[in-house]
Write a protein that binds this ligand. Structure first.
Ligand SMILES: Cc1cc2nc3c(=O)[nH]c(=O)nc-3n(C[C@H](O)[C@H](O)[C@H](O)COP(=O)(O)O)c2cc1C
Ligand code: SF4
Length: 371
C-alpha cells in the first residue's frame, strides 16, 4: 500500500492516513465568531473525502484577536455547543479534527477590533494601521485566554489542539526579532522571545491534561529582512518536545496572506514542497512527528518525502479547497495530482468577504486532470 495511506499516530491520536488538511480560515462564522451552517457542511465534505486529519481554520482565543471577519471564535463558553456540533459532524463521517487556536495580534483587520496589539509598537510593514505595544497585564490575560480556549476545544469533543505560531500572528510576532523589541522578560535573544510561546503552551497543557494532543504550527523563518532566521527557527524546534508538544507542522513566512507561505505558480514537481529545507533542519533537531505543509500537489512528491523520512505527514490547504475529496481520489487512483492552479484566488481579499474556502475556478475547470 502507498505509504500515504498507512495509519500513523500523533501523540495518542490515531489517524487512518498521513494526509492532513492544513488550517484554512473558512470565513464561515457570524460577527461574534459563531459558526454558520456552511462550516459544518464543509467539514463533513472534508471528512467524507478521506483526509486523515482536519485542522480547522484559526479560531480566535480572545475578542482582541479576531484577525478578520468571518473568523470562528473560541473565546467564551457559550460557543462550546455550536463547536461541539462541528466535532460531532466530523466524527460521524469518520474523520479526526484538531482546532487551531490563534490571536491575530497586529494583523487584525479594520472593522474587527478597535486597536491592534503587538509585542512592541509597530507601524509600516504593510500593516493597515499601527499596532500598539501590548501591556504586561494583557500578556497575562492572553496566556490565560489560550489555555481557556484549549479547554473549550477539549470540552467540545475535538481530538486535539494546534497552537498557531506562524505567519506573523501574535505568537509569531513574539518570536520575530523584527517585531519584538522588548527589553523585559518577553524580549531579547531567541530564548527570551520564545517565553510567550512557552507560557502559552504551559497554560494550554495545564487546561487539557497530560495526554490530550497538543500540536504547533511553527513558522520556522520569517523570510523577511531582520526577521526570524532558519537557524533560530531550528533552535525553537529543538525546544518543542520539552514544552510537551506532540507534533509540529512546519511552515514559514510572515503575514497571513503572504506570498512566502502561500506561494503561487506551483506548476511543476520541483516547485512543490517548498518548505522541505526547513523540514530537513527540523528533523535533525527533534524526534517529534513532523507535518509538512507548503505546495504539495502530486502523489509522487508526497510519497517521496514520506519515504525519505523528511516528514511523517503531508499537509495541504489549497488543494483541499479545490477538491475536498482529493485524498479519496488519490487513494482510488482517479488522479495523481491536485487540479489546484496555485493562483491564490481563494484568498478572501481576492474573492471578497464570505466566499473563502471556495475555488472560483471551479466553474471553468473541465474534468480533473488524470496525470
Ligand atoms: C484561504 C486560505 C486560508 C488560510 N488560513 C490559514 C489559517 O487559518 N491558519 C494557518 O495556519 N494557515 C492558513 N493558511 C495557510 C495554509 O494553511 C498553508 O500553510 C498554505 O496555504 C500553504 O499550503 P498549500 O500550498 O497546501 O496551500 C491559509 C491559506 C489559504 C489559501
Ligand atoms: S483559487 Fe482554486 S486553483 Fe487557485 S489556489 Fe485557490 S483553490 Fe487553487
Amino acid at each position: 500500500m502507498n505509504i500515504l495511506f498507512t495509519p500513523a499516530k500523533i501523540g495518542n491520536l490515531e489517524l487512518q492516513n498521513r494526509l492532513v488538511r492544513s488550517a484554512t480560515a473558512e470565513c464561515m462564522a457570524d460577527d461574534d465568531g459563531n459558526p454558520k451552517p456552511e462550516l459544518e457542511n464543509l467539514y463533513r465534505q472534508l471528512a467524507k473525502g478521506g483526509v486523515g486529519l482536519i485542522i480547522t481554520g484559526h479560531m480566535y482565543v480572545h475578542p482582541s484577536g479576531q484577525a478578520h471577519k468571518g473568523m470562528t471564535g473560541i473565546y467564551k463558553d457559550d460557543q462550546i455547543p455550536s463547536l461541539k456540533k462541528l466535532a460531532d459532524a466530523i466524527h460521524q463521517e469518520g474523520g479526526r479534527v484538531v482546532v487551531q487556536i490563534n490571536h491575530g495580534g497586529m494583523q487584525c483587520e479594520e472593522g474587527t477590533v478597535a486597536d491592534t496589539i503587538a509585542p512592541s509598537h509597530i507601524e509600516g510593514l504593510d500593516l493597515e494601521r499601527p499596532a500598539r505595544e501590548i501591556t504586561l497585564d494583557e500578556i497575562d490575560e492572553l496566556i490565560e485566554a489560550y489555555g481557556e480556549a484549549a479547554r473549550r476545544v477539549k470540552e467540545a469533543g475535538f481530538d486535539g489542539v494546534q497552537i498557531h505560531a506562524a505567519h506573523g500572528y501574535l505568537i509569531g510576532e513574539f518570536l520575530s526579532p523584527l517585531i519584538n523589541h522588548r527589553t523585559d522578560q518577553w524580549g531579547g535573544d531567541t530564548n527570551r522571545r520564545m517565553q510567550f510561546l512557552k507560557n502559552v503552551s504551559e497554560s494550554v497543557r495545564e487546561k487539557i491534561g497530560p495526554t490530550f494532543p497538543m500540536l504547533i504550527k511553527l513558522g520556522m523563518m520569517d523570510g523577511v529582512d531582520e526577521g526570524l532566521s532558519a537557524a533560530e527557527g531550528t533552535e525553537i524546534v529543538a525546544e518543542l518536545a520539552g514544552m510537551s508538544f506532540d507534533g509540529i507542522e512546519i511552515s514559514g513566512g510572515f503575514g497571513g496572506g503572504g506570498s512566502y507561505n502561500i506561494k503561487k505558480g506551483i506548476r511543476s514537481e520541483d516547485r512543490e514542497a517548498y518548505f522541505l529545507p526547513l523540514a530537513e533542519k527540523a528533523r535533525k533537531a527533534t524526534d517529534l512527528p513532523i507535518i509538512l505543509v507548503g505546495g504539495f500537489r502530486s502523489l509522487p512528491v508526497m510519497e517521496r518525502v514520506l519515504k525519505d523520512g523528511q516528514a511523517d505527514f503531508i499537509s495541504m490547504c489549497r488543494p483541499l479547497i479545490s477538491e475536498p475529496d482529493l485524498p479519496r481520489r488519490l487513494r482510488e487512483g482517479v488522479q495523481i495530482k491536485s487540479r489546484c492552479l496555485s493562483s491564490n484566488n481563494c484568498w478572501p481579499e481576492e474573492n471578497g468577504d464570505g466566499i473563502a474556502c471556495k475555488c472560483p475556478h471551479d466553474k471553468v475547470k473541465s474534468e480533473p486532470a488524470t496525470s
